[in-house]
Design a protein around this ligand. Structure first.
Ligand SMILES: Cc1cc2nc3c(=O)[nH]c(=O)nc-3n(C[C@H](O)[C@H](O)[C@H](O)COP(=O)(O)O)c2cc1C
Length: 425
């Protein structure tokens, strides 16, 4: 979720919350709705700084500007919930493996095994500047670092192994020395010598999430991820991504059934199509090109301001940001014959994810179709506006999916890994 909603103008709507990203009560409400609907997890997108872009954009956008840091947020929410999982984004470019291993293991321990780490390499210049750099690290180097970073974190998670806690009062032995095995890691990017000072959780260790979409990104995801997030606005793009990444997973000797692909999905729900379209149109009318075009420029990693707004998107340029997102957006625009103005409006209203407009049954039909046609294993449900859009999805679409036995009635277990069907992996 983006706290106010997937739509860039969500916070301006009569039912929207401009201060969504600052309010514990608001997040508690979202987590309660999601848990009552038996969602697997809650995920809030995050960066290590304010998004890149002009002040003109920043002062108009609730998305990735000002808000609470998600590890702190999720820790608080985990104390208010029982079953739902929490995915926290942590950057491999601007953190240290020991700190991430410790923080994620702690959230996992204290939440009873409900934590997951979204591994990101960070694309924004603002993030680089916040950490003393004058430019972002090269895309391929970011991924090399990420690979080693995750290896070190996983190895640290094994340094205080399962069964380490004995707590034997008569003998006075609290921990098993056999299960405390220091890591001696010396690699191209990181040197770590020691034992993680957090024991395993009820699910062992946090679930690993990744969303790489370029070649190196897909390889990293295939090597380490148990959940893979995707930004695929069409079923064709989703099927290509699904087939390619599952093949890479198989090539790495992993079980493709234990790696779950989840594209972003924005349901726009109405009693009939016209009502759903009217809801979207009302929000779209609140987007201005002053915000939409710079946001599109940032997503594509190229400045679009010099081009005719009513003309087609130009050829893609080399970028050190996402190597894949520009491609996704350009092929969507070409396929639908959209000019820059229309592409920017579409992107600002959907964040370039798949969006379905229709009745609850039509939404459920489309989800079923994607699920049964190798486009995904699940969805990141991200309504136009929170909390109203989430409540509507929970009340009107979830029961249809349950009726069709496509979605659970009850949580299967106590941990995130059990609920995802990944226990033992
Ligand atoms: C659903 C989804 C959520 C993402 N969340 C974040 C996030 O919270 N923070 C972040 O820096 N990047 C996030 N990303 C970006 C990815 O980590 C990655 O940079 C992007 O998919 C491009 O991949 P590439 O670097 O291989 O081109 C997200 C991507 C997707 C599809």
């Amino acid at each position: 979720m983006h706290p106010a909603g997937q739509h860039v103008a969500a916070w301006r709507h009569s039912s929207g919350y401009p201060d969504a990203a600052f309010s514990m009560d608001y997040y508690r409400q979202i987590a309660t709705i999601a848990e009552a609907a038996r969602f697997d997890f809650l995920f809030v997108a995050d960066m290590m700084g304010i998004r890149d872009g002009s002040m003109n954009v920043i002062v108009r956008s609730a998305q990735l500007t000002l808000g609470a840091e998600p590890l702190t947020l999720m820790a608080a929410l985990s104390a208010m919930t029982q079953n739902i999982g929490f995915i926290v984004t942590q950057s491999t470019t601007y953190s240290q493996p020991y700190s991430v291993a410790r923080q994620m293991a702690s959230l996992d321990l204290l939440s009873g095994g409900r934590a997951a780490w979204n591994v990101v390499t960070s694309t924004q210049m603002n993030e680089a500047a916040n950490f003393g750099l004058t430019q972002t690290i090269d895309h391929s180097v970011r991924y090399e670092r990420a690979k080693e970073f995750v290896e070190v974190v996983k190895a640290l998670w094994d340094t205080a192994g399962v069964g380490v806690f004995i707590g034997d009062k008569p003998s006075g032995i609290l921990f098993d020395s056999e299960k405390l095995r220091p890591l001696h890691h010396k690699g191209p990017f990181y040197t770590v010598d020691g034992i993680l000072n957090v024991p395993p959780s009820a699910q062992g260790r946090p679930v690993l999430v990744q969303a790489g979409a370029s070649g190196p990104g897909r390889d990293l995801a295939a090597s380490i991820a148990e959940i893979i997030f995707a930004q695929t606005p069409t079923i064709e793009a989703a099927q290509e991504y699904y087939a390619d990444v599952k093949m890479r997973v198989r090539d790495k000797g992993r079980d493709p059934c234990k790696v779950l692909m989840m594209p972003g999905f924005t349901p726009v729900i109405g009693c009939n199509r016209a009502e759903a379209e009217a809801q979207l149109a009302e929000l779209d009318a609140m987007i201005t090109p002053e915000i939409a075009v710079p946001m599109l420029s940032d997503m594509m990693g190229m400045d679009l301001s010099a081009y005719d707004i009513d003309g087609p998107l130009p050829e893609l340029e080399e970028t050190n940001k996402s190597h894949s997102l520009g491609q996704v957006i350009k092929s969507y625009a070409e396929r639908n014959n959209l000019n820059i103005r229309q592409t920017a409006a579409w992107s600002a209203s959907s964040m370039s994810h798949n969006r379905v407009i229709g009745t609850p049954k039509e939404i459920a039909d489309r989800m079923q179709y994607w699920f049964e046609n190798q486009a995904c294993d699940g969805f990141l449900i991200s309504p136009l506006i929170y909390p109203g859009g989430l409540k509507q999805f929970a009340d009107e679409v979830v029961p249809i999916l349950q009726e069709r036995k496509l979605f659970r009635q009850e949580y299967e277990g106590n941990t995130l890994r059990e609920n995802l069907g990944l226990a033992g992996s």
